[in-house]
Design a protein around this ligand. Structure first.
Ligand SMILES: [Zn+2]
Length: 181
């Protein structure tokens, strides 16, 4: 952080404020404490006729890899709205949400993923700037070596382990230093 987003001052201390437990950027002019918290990534695991929708990423990071449609939650948006919006932005598909399927922690990246089960409300979808290819994969066709993110691989693995058409609990996963737990 180089400038105070409140007053524009360019000298910030990085220190533990009184009564706090972790260092924060503190403006030396207006004294505001800049709290920084994890971002939420929301998306959907869409199942259509026993096949799972994956979109090939047209943008970095992990351009060219397959992922479940997902992206950053916006301000003033619920996680449900965000998940549906991300699907529409990446694939043009409209979906109805099922239960929350995956909560996945990425502490080193300051992100938490929330992935819902979902079904398409109509058969329409299309390519977008964010997705160069859209595919529907049967369980034995999942391109495991080309899945963009460990969060996606975790959600897919748990879904397939439990089985299609079965009730799914919410799976809690984390990624710590090259290890999925
Ligand atoms: Zn300031």
């Amino acid at each position: 952080m180089k400038y105070c987003s409140e007053c524009g001052h360019d000298i910030l201390d990085y220190r533990i404020p009184k009564g706090d437990h972790t260092p924060r950027y503190v403006c030396t002019s207006c004294h505001i404490i800049h709290y920084q918290n994890p971002n939420m990534v929301v998306g959907c695991l869409i199942v259509n006729d026993g096949r799972i929708m994956l979109a090939r990423r047209g943008i970095e990071p992990r351009k060219g890899y397959w992922n479940l449609p997902c992206g950053f939650l916006e301000n003033e948006e619920t996680v449900q709205q965000g998940a549906k919006r991300e699907v529409f932005e990446e694939t043009g598909a409209s979906v109805e949400l099922g239960p929350l399927h995956t909560v996945y922690n990425l502490p080193h990246a300051n992100q938490v993923y929330l992935i819902f089960l979902a079904t398409m409300t109509d058969p329409h979808y299309h390519l977008t700037d964010e997705s160069t290819e859209i595919g529907f994969f049967a369980p034995d066709e999942i391109p495991w070596d080309e899945i963009a993110f460990s969060s996606n691989a975790f959600a897919l693995k748990k879904y397939l382990e439990n089985g299609e058409g079965k009730p799914h609990p919410t799976y809690l996963g984390s990624y710590f230093k090259d290890k999925i737990r």
